[in-house]
Ligand binder design. Structure first.
Ligand code: NAD
Length: 257
């Protein structure tokens, strides 16, 4: 195990489950401290216990990322508990395949405000804090669906929001370069996380997810650790000259479509 994040501080949105929980766990495993942000206080408490039972390297903030004040509270907590912010894993998101003609204004707004507005203002608050440290890294979880449409999983509002997340990467990379803040994203295909249980029963998840294995040229769905290797690389000093990139982490889907 390397120690790439010794004494570094990260905010991880959506850190209570799936990709965010794995990112927070590995970041602490490599010497850092984390503030995990999510909506469900009980889920966050259980995640914090799993990440660091001593509680020394993890703090939790329950809040909705679509509310701008959540970003300010996350930065304030990271500063108070750990002295500042070096890394933002801008990861919280939602996914519920919905045919275009069935989208309501309410679920359009939910997608845009959670996925895009949430990441936008979290990045703004974190970038201000990173300027005080002389630099930092923002790594966002975008989506393969922002680049390719998949008939089996209609996702127009989700994809539009994530296309905004990918556009943010390029704009922020250029604007924040002078502050030595790098900004990148990963674009995953199907990753087996609790998100699928938010719109399917446990039996459906068991039945349906394996049917997506062959969708990926590498022959299998992703696991959180498949994505987190890339997230941590992009956040680390191993990627000092990478900014403005949206990296497919998708078992080959983008290459094949
Ligand atoms: P997940 O559901 O396990 O994690 C998402 C987390 O975000 C949850 O803990 C949830 O509580 C939190 N969250 C949702 N809305 C929030 C809000 N308004 N405020 C605060 N927290 C909120 O799912 P995951 O697959 O780990 O998702 C992580 C990211 O990966 C998401 O942005 C998702 O769009 C993206 N992604 C996932 C897949 C996949 O197949 N799992 C594919 C492409 C992209």
């Amino acid at each position: 195990m390397t120690n790439r994040f010794q004494d570094k501080v990260a905010i991880v949105t959506g850190g209570g489950s799936g990709i965010g929980l794995e990112a927070a766990t590995q970041f602490v495993g490599e010497g850092g401290s984390v503030v995990i942000v999510g909506r469900d206080a009980d889920k966050l408490a259980a995640a914090a216990e799993a990440i660091d039972p001593s509680g020394e390297k993890v703090a939790v903030l329950s809040g909705d990322v679509s509310q701008i004040e959540t970003a300010d509270r996350a930065v304030a907590l990271a500063t108070e508990r750990f002295g500042g912010v070096d890394v933002l894993f801008n990861n919280a998101g939602i996914f519920r395949p919905t045919p275009f003609l069935e989208h309501t204004e309410a679920d359009f707004d939910r997608n845009l405000s959670t996925i895009l507005k949430g990441k936008f203002f979290m990045a703004q608050a974190a970038a201000r804090a990173m300027q005080n440290r002389g630099g930092g890294a923002i790594v966002q979880t975008g989506s393969m669906w922002a680049e390719r449409a998949v008939a089996a999983t209609p996702s127009s509002a989700y994809s539009a929001a994530n296309a905004g997340v990918h556009a943010m990467v390029r704009n922020l990379a250029v604007e924040l370069a002078a502050s030595k803040i790098r900004v990148n994203a990963v674009a995953p295909a199907v990753v087996e996380t609790p998100v699928y249980g938010t719109f399917m029963s446990a039996e459906q998840v068991k039945e349906v997810l394996p049917t997506f294995n062959d969708f990926h040229p590498l022959g299998r769905n992703g696991q959180p650790r498949d994505v987190v290797g890339a997230l941590l690389f992009l956040a680390s000093d191993d990627a000092p000259w990478i900014t403005g990139a949206v990296l497919p982490v998708d078992g080959g889907v983008m290459a094949s479509r």
